[in-house]
Design a protein around this ligand. Structure first.
Ligand code: GBH
Length: 476
């Protein structure tokens, strides 16, 4: 491998999720998910935005697949809307829901684009939340049934499977800070939810293995925190240890090692005795995986709470309550450096740390960056083209970090840019743009930004192009 080229067969993809792009929330038998409900609670989503229409991918998927092909992408990571294929979260599948995904998959395969399915990207069927949601064990059991149903329908043509996207967000933002659906604020529920998400993953892996042919590759996408301590003082290092336990080891401990670490159990003892972990759960969660997906945006900087010079930040999304259980005495800081339109510091070194760490932790499992990208305040020029040099620089620095990790011996097999399209950015509604392709939220017209054209060159040549070689977008 020359310095600037990626390994052969490297996946250059892009990613989206169902609720963020599909729209058509009441069509073909789909019922509400927790996000449909949450968007209707006043004040929860900026501007009162909803995913009702989103970017209409449900109807425009053919155009979107063509767009990916034109951009030379060889993989597409998307998620299945649970309430589209199994409206109550239980029982038989809705054929029309499955048909949508089957057509999408066939459309991708026709263009030589590898479909990569995420089964759960935060949109729990509302009926399952009404029955208690992720803090309840039954939700994990329902997830395994849903996983087999999708595997039975699509397993003859899809080889890449991800159980959950970022269970940290589902548990901590959904049940802790309440800035995501279902908007609960209960730190004990966070820990119960985390465990049942872990169990859902483990039971889901087993359900997938039972339904899929042996060549299927199964994994999960985590959003591990690259946690740093503000100083090397013991109390800051201890804050680092605690946030590492709550951000990372609470998920990868049971999944990769079959344990919840003792320090995590001790740190959270005043909230729970962890009796919701039943006999056999850890074995069920600890399933062999074929790949691990890492979603990375920015590092996390913590200290013990004493006043420090660096500005504090609320740590995740501006909720009134912290997402972190039993961590009131820990301060979160803004990492130094330039920030994106989300206010997240641009620092690819965190990605390198995580890749090296998970290479070791998994004994050399194939790793994929299943999300990476930045929000910019993109605006079309008068001629209709969209120039986003900051995003090109971000992608370049992170892809270059991926190459460095590969040179260091880490087995990285692919990269998925978040996101293909500008879309519904959760609590921020349509106010934040992560797309490589610009979407006019009125007309829903798509226009590749200069970053998309730059990334297309990387995907076509397998060589990391300099950021200043971004081709100028053209309009017709
Ligand atoms: C992903 O979540 C999602 O999978 C995707 O759906 C979403 O659109 C995308 O990212 C962009 O948001 O407050 O400075 O400590 C990422 C969620 C982002 C949560 C980074 C933790 C830490 C930022 N994570 N965040 S900070």
């Amino acid at each position: 491998m020359s310095q600037s080229s990626f390994p052969a067969n490297f996946l250059f993809g892009s990613a989206t999720s169902a609720y963020q792009v599909e729209g058509a929330t009441a069509e073909d038998g789909r019922t509400p998910s927790i996000w449909d409900t949450f968007c209707r609670v006043p004040g929860k989503v900026l501007g009162g935005d909803t995913g009702d229409i989103a970017v209409d991918h449900y109807h425009r998927w053919r155009d979107d697949v063509r767009l990916m092909a034109d951009l030379n992408l060889n993989a597409y990571r998307f998620s299945i809307s649970w309430s589209r294929v199994q409206p109550t979260g239980r029982g038989p599948a809705v054929q029309r829901g499955l048909d949508f995904y089957r057509s999408l998959v066939d459309g991708l395969l026709e263009k030589g684009i590898t479909p990569w399915i995420t089964l759960y990207h935060w949109d729990l069927p509302q009926e399952l939340e009404d029955a208690g949601g992720w803090p309840e064990r039954a939700t994990a059991e329902r997830f395994a049934e849903y996983a087999s149903l999708v595997a039975d329908a699509l397993g003859d043509r899809v080889e890449r499977w991800t159980t959950l996207n970022e269970p940290w967000c589902s548990a901590y933002l959904g049940y802790g800070s309440g800035v995501h659906a279902p908007g609960r604020t209960d730190h004990t529920a966070v820990l119960r939810a985390a465990h049942h998400l872990n169990l859902a993953h483990g039971l889901g892996v087993q359900a997938l293995r039972a339904s899929l042919p042996g060549r299927a590759q199964i994994g999960i996408s985590l959003n591990p925190a690259a946690v740093r301590a503000l100083t090397d003082e013991p109390e800051d290092l201890d804050a680092r240890r605690r946030i590492d336990a709550l951000a990372n080891r609470i998920f990868d401990g049971p999944m990769l090692r079959g344990v919840y670490d003792q320090d995590l159990i001790r740190d959270t003892a005043r909230l729970t005795d962890w009796s919701f972990v039943e006999d056999g759960d850890l074995e069920n969660i600890h399933q062999p995986l074929d790949a691990l997906g890492i979603n990375y945006y920015t590092p996390t900087l913590v200290s013990a709470s004493a006043d420090r010079k660096l500005p504090r930040r609320d740590g995740h999304g501006g909720g009134a309550q912290s997402p972190w259980p039993a961590s009131e005495d820990i301060a979160f800081h803004q990492t130094p450096g330039e920030t994106t339109d989300m206010g997240w510091t641009i620092d690819p070194t965190g990605l390198h740390d995580l890749l090296v760490h998970y290479h070791r932790e998994t004994g050399g499992l194939p790793l994929y960056i299943t999300e990476n990208g930045m929000a910019c305040d993109d605006k079309p020029s008068p001629d209709g083209t969209v120039h986003d040099p900051d995003r090109v620089a971000y992608l370049h620095s992170h892809l270059s970090t991926v190459q460095r990790a590969i040179a260091d011996g880490v087995d990285v097999r692919g990269y998925f840019l978040w996101s293909l399209l500008d879309n519904f950015e959760w609590a921020y509604g349509y106010s934040k743009r992560f797309g490589a392709v610009y979407v006019d939220f009125e007309s829903l017209a798509r226009t590749p930004k200069s970053s998309a054209l730059w990334y297309a060159q990387v995907a076509r040549t397998g060589v990391l192009q300099a950021p200043d070689t971004a081709p100028q977008p053209v309009t017709d």
